[in-house]
Design a protein around this ligand. Structure first.
Ligand code: ZN
Length: 59
């Protein structure tokens, strides 16, 4: 299965639209995956992540 990532919020997606942004501004070429459990962590803040989940590091 081809993995996709939202270009706006960097969330890893299963479908072709982002459930958070409601956008189809997605890409199949992204680098690295990070799993965020704690949105208060330094990593989450650095990436601007506001909800737990899987995210691409670079899109
Ligand atoms: Zn998004």
């Amino acid at each position: 299965m081809v993995k996709r990532a939202c270009k706006d919020c960097k969330r890893i997606l299963k479908g072709t639209t982002c459930p958070v942004c409601k956008t189809s501004n997605i890409t199949t070429s992204f680098q690295g995956v990070i799993v965020i459990f704690d949105v208060e962590s330094d990593v989450a803040k650095k990436l601007g992540i506001t909800a737990p989940g899987k995210y691409a590091i670079k899109v």
